[in-house]
Write a protein that binds this ligand. Structure first.
Ligand code: ATP
Length: 365
């Protein structure tokens, strides 16, 4: 069990800065996701926490003790590199017991520990099988077993499900999360897959070009994005952006553009210039009386819902509406946005403007 605190962490590789100045806290027992596009610095951050890479500057604390310069072997962290990395010439029992045997633990203790881990993972029946003939799921369970048998303070996992096909991946994601809930060990998990992060994480740090864009619960990150990058990176389809020119006062509850008025959450800061109205597809509905109008360009049937693309004078807008609603290509429709869910952004910096919706969340960013 471990609480992990990261302060102003920075990593340079020569002239290139992979991680700029990261600060966040991982609570004891949390399933914590490091999310972002390829090359954003997730793995480097994870490797610094595990002690496999030394930071250029900044600090890492595990349970209150500074470990920034300590070698990996003194941090008591299990790094699950790649779940399929097993010793092929050993059977399941020997693969799982290997870390304990190499620590010099007695045979009886090793045997008890392996039995306990096998029970947790539901693999008691395959302990004497060679790993070579196992199914993908069982191999993955064995690799996990080898990590948890040491009972480390925390687990670091780097895209552990990356190599799996979609269906199996979802199954293993559920299993991993359930295992975490049973064991309650702090887990830090790297992924570039936003769905995986939302599905499994208690908290998410989203990184981009070595910088933390937002840190919070999946719900906050989805519904109260701190930046346009987040609003676009999270969600499928992503948040719609409508570019408008105008100004708002602190306390305003609507904005004006193109001689139209649009209700928004009460603003907490004034702004004048190029703004972007951000609205999620599921917060749009068709309405005959709506002022924002456009032509249906395409519909994508998804079973219970459909994604309707509407060309407006502010650009294409994607609405997720019930599939029973009839939308004909070429038809002129009015679009009503749920005002309580709208985020306004500064178009230049991409930063969300503070409002009733997001103020509590942005103060942590
Ligand atoms: P990916 O999912 O592609 O691994 P990531 O977010 O995990 O992405 P990192 O592996 O942390 O990214 O790498 C961040 C950046 O640092 C990349 O541009 C990478 O090329 C660079 N980098 C990582 N390790 C080194 C190294 N040892 N020497 C030089 N550059 C490195």
């Amino acid at each position: 069990m471990a609480e992990i605190v990261i302060r102003n962490l920075r990593k340079e590789f020569g002239a290139f800065t992979a991680v700029r100045s990261s600060s966040f806290k991982i609570e004891d027992g949390e399933f914590f996701m490091l999310l972002g596009p390829s090359g954003c610095g997730k793995t480097t951050t994870l490797r610094m926490i595990a002690g496999l890479e030394l930071p250029t500057s900044g600090e890492i604390y595990i349970d209150g003790e500074e470990v920034s310069r300590k070698p990996a072997s003194q941090r008591d962290i299990a790094f699950v590199f790649q779940m399929f990395a097993l010793y092929p010439h050993m059977n399941v029992r020997r693969n799982i017991s290997y870390p304990l045997v190499s620590q010099g633990m007695s045979r009886r203790q090793v045997s008890e520990k392996v039995a306990e881990v096998a029970r947790i993972l539901g693999i008691e029946g395959i302990l004497d099988r060679p790993v070579g003939g196992l199914s993908g799921g069982d191999r993955q369970r064995v690799a996990l077993g080898r990590a948890i048998v040491r009972n480390p303070k925390a687990f670091m996992m780097d895209e552990p499900l990356g190599a799996l096909d979609a269906e199996f991946r979802e199954h293993m994601a559920e299993e991993l999360r359930a295992l975490h809930d049973r064991m309650g060990a702090t887990t830090v998990y790297v992924t570039h897959d936003q769905l995986e992060a939302m599905q499994m994480g208690d908290k998410i740090v989203v990184m981009n070009h070595g910088v933390i864009e937002q840190f919070g619960t999946p719900q906050d990150i989805y519904s109260k994005p701190a930046t346009m990058f987040i609003a676009n990176f999270i969600g499928d389809p992503p948040m719609n952006f409508l570019r408008v020119r105008g100004s708002v006062e602190a306390g305003a509850t609507s904005i004006r553009f193109h001689q139209r008025t649009m209700a928004v959450p009460e603003m907490r800061e004034p702004f004048d210039g190029d703004m972007v109205v951000g609205v999620r597809p599921e917060h749009i509905r068709f309405s005959d009386s709506a002022e924002i109008r456009g032509q249906v360009r395409a519909t994508e049937y998804l079973g219970t819902t459909q994604i309707v693309t509407v060309a407006t004078e502010n650009g294409d807008v994607k609405a997720r509406i019930a599939s029973g609603i009839y939308a004909r290509t070429g038809e002129n429709v009015g679009l009503e946005f749920d005002p309580a869910t709208i985020t306004l952004f500064d178009n230049q910096s991409g930063r969300a403007l503070r409002s009733d919706l997001n103020e509590g969340v942005l103060s942590h960013v």
